[in-house]
Structure formats: C-alpha cells, structure tokens
Design a protein around this ligand. Structure first.
Ligand code: B12
Ligand code: SF4
Ligand code: SF4
Length: 356
C-alpha cells in the first residue's frame, strides 16, 4: 500500500513519461464498468456491428463490461492518445481528383498496432522501475476487448462526439487510442464531462451514407470505413455510388468537425508514397506488388481483393472512359470479388456516358 501522495506523484510521472514517448494525451481511470456499456449492448442487439462478429460473442461482451476479466489484478487503466496526420495535409489535387483515390489518414504511416507496441512496453518498464517491482499488466491498441473511447472519456481525454469519435478540445480527433491495464493503484483523473458538440450537426449532415445515428453511435452496415476495410464481401450496389473515390476508410465526419480545424494538432509526416494514388495504376497491382506496397501498412487489412474492389468502385464513380481498358483487364482478375466490381464499374461508366 502506497501513500496517497506517492500514488498521485507516480501518476504524474507516468503521464509525463508518456508525453516524452510522443503520446499527446494521457489519463488514468479505474477498472469499473465503462459508463456507456448498455449503449454497446443495444448497438449489438440492433445488429449495428454488421459482420464484425468478434465484437458480439459472450466473451467480448463480458470483458468489455468488466476489465477485471482481462486482468484480475487490475487496479488502474492508463489511457493514451497517439496522433496521426490531418487529412488536409495532403489535399487531393482537384484537376486530377476523378482518377485519384483517397486513403484515410490513419493509414498513411506504418501500422499503429506495430509502432505503438514499443512505446507501450517502454511505459510498462518505466512504471516497474519507478515502483521497484514487476507490475501485472496488459496493453492494447484497438484490438483489445475494451471500449476504448468510453474509458478514454472517463480518464479525462475528451468527449465522445456525435460522430462517435473521441474529441479533445486542443487536439481534435486525429489520434489513436491505446491503454495499459495495471495491477497498481494510481490516482484517477476526472472524467471529461463537457460535451462540446452543442447544436452542431455537421458530421451527421456530411456523412455520405447517413450512417451516424442520433445517439452517439453509428450503423456500421452503412459506414464507408466498415464497407471498405472490415467488410470482406460485396459492397451493396445501392451504396457503391456513395463511396465516391474513398478507397480505404473514411475521414469525412472528422474533416467537417470544427474541432479538427486547427492546424498543428497532428503528425505532419507520413511514409506512404502517395496517400491519393492513381486509381488506374492501383487496379493493376499484382498480389506481389500489393504485398510489397502495403507491407506493415493498415491497408493490408483489406487484402488485395478488398482494396481492388474499392478501387474498381471508385473508377466506376469517376465516370472516366480512360478507366475502361484497366477495368476490362480486371474482368479477368484472379479474384471473383474484383471481377464482379469491375463489371459494375464498366456498366456505370457506360451509363454515365449515355446520359451526357
Ligand atoms: C469496431 C470499430 C470500428 C467500426 C465501428 C465504429 C463505431 N463508431 O462503432 C468501424 C469499422 C466503422 C470503425 C471506423 C473507424 N474507426 Co474504429 N474502431 C472500432 C473498435 C475496434 C471498436 C469500437 C466499438 O466498440 N464500437 C461500438 C460502439 C457502440 O462503441 P464506441 O464506438 O466505442 O462508442 C461509444 C459511444 O457510442 C458511447 N455512447 C453511446 N451512447 C452514448 C451517449 C452519450 C451521451 C455519450 C456521450 C456516449 C455514448 O458509448 C459507446 C460504447 O462505449 C475501436 C477500438 C476499441 N477497442 O474500442 C476502434 C476505434 C474506435 N476506431 C478508430 C478509428 C481511428 C476509426 C476511423 C477514424 C478509421 C477510418 N478513418 O476509417 C473510423 C471512424 C468512424 C467513426 N465515426 O467512428 C479509433 C478512434 C479514435 C478516436 N479518436 O475516437 C479507435 C478507438 C481505434 C484506436 N485504438 O485508435 N471503427
Ligand atoms: S466514417 Fe464516413 S461513412 Fe462512416 S460515419 Fe463517418 S462520414 Fe459516415
Ligand atoms: S461535427 Fe459537430 S456534431 Fe459532429 S462531432 Fe464535430 S462538433 Fe460534434
């Protein structure tokens, strides 16, 4: 048992060390059940998770409701935010935009699941050195059975906006969340209780598929981020035109958010050669070229067949006859998913041509 002064000072030291590691926000909460766990259950029961079955099984539900089932010794949870680039930093050039695709800004750098790992391990070592003994711990970013946004709000990092993202008044929402469950008593931060959305409805108005629901949740069945990344099958025909030239993920409900208007809130460097690649070239990527291009990059999650499916739709949406030869070649692609979407894209270009 530590003195309360030690517990408070230790928490501050840990948060300072997190900032030195490049995290822009750090806060501590208790392992109690997340405040909006019932909203999560309702969301699942309404089928809003689409095909993401891993979110809905009994194990997933129990663990999200009680972090102690993940680590029985847990006494505190350290929540962290790591920045990614502002999509405005690489604007799509308007003259070429019809044939350019848009990759979401969170995927412009090496996969955060890999890059944050070392920083999280460093923080655990730092904490153990400070207390002078091993500390039971478990860390995650994205993939843990944890409601990261809800816990981050309770750890004081920001509020959950109508677009469902965690937003901080100083940093906007272009950041990842990560957390370390610790078998260590730490002084918890105050929850972030203000809701700075007010009467604004920009995200709801801008969402191309009306995926955002009025209760701080969204319907993944309609969300372009889900459709282009997590969905492994066909994209429903009626939604394809709404994808525009988004070929991996979607940043629209964050781009329109006034809290992301400020500059300098995010990372200013990235390692993807072109966040807005030439669609015709992308459609001809062989499996080897795809694997090389997106090695250790989040785009790999869509797999070549999902990515080229998205690229074919974007070409169809461009209505540009220059895409016809590439789409015709894709009718012989090794993947049925790519062939089917190329066929749709060709029909769409033809239809658009007839209307002109
Ligand atoms: C599944 C998932 C998705 C799904 C579903 C997203 C969703 N909004 O539900 C899809 C594939 C669509 C998706 C998309 C994206 N995702 Co995602 N995703 C997740 C994941 C793995 C689980 C989220 C989840 O449980 N959703 C279910 C809903 C019900 O829970 P929730 O989103 O946490 O929302 C809470 C609020 O709705 C709140 N709530 C409910 N009612 C009410 C009422 C009030 C008044 C209030 C205040 C709150 C509130 O309670 C809910 C439960 O705690 C998390 C990682 C994690 N382990 O948490 C990342 C995560 C949420 N995603 C992230 C990112 C970056 C994205 C994208 C930006 C990627 C992209 N560019 O395409 C988009 C953003 C789309 C959006 N507007 O949310 C980040 C978000 C960081 C942030 N600043 O918020 C996370 C935290 C991953 C990470 N570690 O960084 N994602
Ligand atoms: S990510 Fe795109 S499709 Fe999904 S809710 Fe936001 S604006 Fe709508
Ligand atoms: S766009 Fe407006 S309503 Fe939507 S999250 Fe941002 S502030 Fe809230």
């Amino acid at each position: 048992m530590f003195s309360s002064l030690f517990v408070k000072t230790l928490a501050e030291k840990i948060k300072n060390e997190a900032k030195k590691q490049g995290f822009i926000l750090a806060g501590i909460t208790t392992p109690d059940s997340p405040p909006h766990i019932s909203a999560y259950f309702d969301w699942l029961d309404a089928g809003r998770h689409a095909s993401m079955g891993y979110l809905a099984d009994a194990r997933a539900r129990e663990r999200r409701a009680d972090p102690r089932l993940i680590l029985s010794e847990v006494q505190s949870i350290l929540l962290l935010a790591a920045p990614y680039p502002d999509p405005k930093l690489a604007p799509v050039k308007s003259a070429e935009s019809a044939e350019k695709g848009i990759i979401s800004a969170y995927a412009w750098n090496e996969d955060y699941h890999l890059t944050l790992k070392e920083k999280l391990i460093h923080l655990v070592r730092f904490i153990e050195a400070e207390v002078g003994h091993p500390v039971p711990n478990r860390w995650y970013t994205d993939t843990g059975p944890i409601l990261e946004r809800d816990l981050a709000q309770r750890a004081g990092l920001g509020w959950i906006g109508k677009n469902t993202c965690l937003i901080n008044p100083n940093f906007g929402s272009y950041f990842f969340l990560a957390e370390i469950l610790l078998g260590l008593e730490l002084f918890p931060d105050k929850p972030f209780t203000a809701d700075h959305c007010g009467t604004c409805t920009r995200c709801l108005d801008a969402c191309p598929t009306q995926a955002i629901l009025p209760n701080h949740t969204l319907d993944a069945n309609l969300c372009i981020s889900y459709l282009t990344i997590e969905n492994k099958g066909e994209i429903p025909e009626e939604l394809r035109p709404k994808l525009g030239n988004l070929i991996f993920g979607c940043d629209i409900c964050q781009e329109v958010c006034p809290w992301n208007r400020k500059r300098g809130n995010s990372l200013t460097t990235w390692d993807l050669a072109d966040p807005h690649p030439d669609l015709i070239q992308e459609l001809s990527l062989t499996p080897q070229e795809f694997n090389k291009k997106f090695k250790n990059n989040p785009v790999k999650r869509a797999k070549r067949r999902g990515y080229l499916r998205n690229v074919a739709i974007a070409l169809g949406n461009s209505g540009d006859p220059a895409a016809i030869p590439a789409l015709e070649a894709a009718l012989d692609d090794i993947e049925p998913l790519v062939r089917d979407h190329a066929k749709w894209a060709l029909e769409r270009i033809k239809l658009k041509g007839e209307k002109c």
